[in-house]
Design a protein around this ligand. Structure first.
Ligand code: UDP
Length: 461
């Protein structure tokens, strides 16, 4: 029978401690996971940085422990800053976390604490827990394929795939099909320095933990999961798609979603609207924004576009449609809506939405697949290139829009997705994956079984 109540002798609740990495794409899956564990009887304590702190009022059942992260975090201007910041955050709160963890352990009593679930990018936090004898599970918020890539990083350098040489960008990585060199998680000109360090730390975090939790599922990444289970000594739990398994949605949003767009969508026929969003971090050049805008305008397709504060490089002001080219609003009058932040899961689940222009973050990709929405992927950095590769070549539920953005090709790609024959085929395949995802989330399905295994494991630690 499935373990349901996470109790110790005497009926006291077991505690699970969580520490998310404070970015939207990492916070969301961690909170979905916490919801799931809470529903299974665990008492939840969330440690969090002051930076991007969650709102405790939205989670009255949880206890929150704020951990100071030192000097104020600098304004981010690009992905290199994000990588640097990601590495700094764990180290910056290490000492303060140690003190807070020690007092929590004293308060709850050591036996009552099952484990800490920490983001795999928080190695210093995982090490502190180990020193205080608290078992840890690492949550990786990317795909299993990306995780395999992380583990393969030393090999990729040994074999000369990395650092990337311009002439080799289209070369297939034979050990990691269907990746090409250009699809590997790298950052522009970084040459592998800082990113290599980031990946090496995440790999260590996974290896020294008592298990790895992935927000993916069997029907999507069976082969990749088999590979990970072969290569890693720790158990791997493929408990995704977390947003479909856990109650509550939207309550971990750092920005306020504009819910009026759902009503706006109501007026459109099924599968007619293109949803456009680049996630919470990706930043585009002013030129790309202009070409994207005119491509959308030229396609004649109805659209809902998230233009986030800070989404365009070099712009510090926070007015949502300020960056859109002059004349865009008039040219698209009556068939477009622009918002600063959307309730994305609900938008993708709305019957009017027929396609998603995405940066290909893992959450966005999984959310789109689970609603049967085909994608145009415009990857920017990190795991996004690899996700786009899988979308186009493995699941065949979308297309990558690569190279220099140009309004004519943007327009053609949108038409192909929304009204073309191959767009319809991609939509059919996305619908099949949606069905497979849903089958995993019912009793006895692969995701539910993985959750049962995870909970049994947590209670055995
Ligand atoms: N998201 C949202 N509203 C938006 C844009 C994004 O709620 O307008 C959510 C989206 O549903 C996803 C997360 O923000 O859960 C973004 O994560 P992802 O991994 O796709 O990208 P990242 O922001 O990490 O690059």
């Amino acid at each position: 029978p499935a373990p349901t109540m996470a109790t110790v002798h005497g009926g006291r609740r077991r505690h699970v401690l969580l520490f998310p990495l404070p970015y939207q794409g990492h916070i969301n899956p961690m909170f979905r996971l916490s919801g799931l564990l809470h529903a299974r009887g665990f008492a939840v304590t969330v440690f969090h940085t002051q930076f991007n702190a969650p709102d405790p009022a939205l989670h009255p059942d949880y206890r929150f422990v704020s951990v100071p992260n030192g000097s104020p975090t600098p304004v981010l201007v690009g992905i290199k800053d994000v990588v640097a910041q990601m590495m700094e955050l764990g180290a910056a709160c290490e000492a303060a976390f140690r003190d807070r963890l020690a007092s929590v352990l004293e308060e709850y009593s050591r036996d009552a604490v099952a484990c800490l679930v920490a983001d795999s990018h928080l190695l210093p936090i995982i090490e502190v827990a180990a020193r205080l004898s608290v078992p840890t599970l690492a949550l990786r918020t990317g795909s299993a394929a990306c995780c395999a890539c992380f583990l393969a990083y030393p090999m990729l350098f040994d074999k000369g795939y990395l650092p990337v040489q311009e002439s080799q960008r289209d070369m297939p990585v034979l050990e990691l099909p269907p990746y090409r060199v250009r699809d590997l998680p790298i950052v522009g000109e970084d040459g592998g320095g800082q990113v290599r360090e980031l990946i090496s730390r995440a790999t260590t975090a996974m290896k020294i933990s008592s298990g790895l939790i992935l927000n993916t599922f069997d029907a999507l990444e069976r082969r990749e999961l088999e590979g990970l289970r072969r290569d890693l000594a720790v158990p791997v739990f493929d408990i995704g798609p977390l947003h479909k398994l856990s109650p509550a949605g939207g309550d971990s949003s750092l920005l306020l979603p504009d819910r009026s767009c759902l009503e706006w969508l109501d007026a459109w026929p099924p599968e007619s609207v293109l949803y456009v969003s680049f996630g919470s971090v990706a930043c585009m050049s002013p030129r790309d924004l202009v070409e994207t805008a005119w491509g959308i305008a030229g396609s004649s397709v109805p659209f809902l576009w998230v233009v986030r504060p800070g989404m365009v490089s070099g712009s510090a002001d926070h007015h949502h449609d300020h960056h859109l080219p002059e004349g865009f609003e008039a040219a698209t009058h009556g068939r477009g809506m622009v918002v600063t932040w959307a309730p994305q899961e609900e938008v993708l689940g709305h019957r009017a939405v027929g396609g998603f222009w995405t940066h290909g973050g893992w959450n966005s990709t999984a959310e789109s697949i689970c609603e049967g929405v085909p994608m145009l992927c415009r990857p920017y950095f990190g795991d996004q290139m690899g996700n786009a590769r899988y979308v186009e070549h493995v699941w065949r539920v979308g297309l990558e829009v690569g190279g220099d953005l140009e309004r004519g090709s943007v327009e053609a790609a949108i038409r192909r997705l929304m009204t073309g024959d191959d767009g319809a085929e991609m939509r059919t395949r996305a619908g099949e994956l949606k069905k497979a995802a849903a089958e995993g989330t019912v009793e006895g399905g692969s995701s539910c079984l993985a959750i049962d295994k995870l909970i049994t494991h947590m209670l055995s630690l």
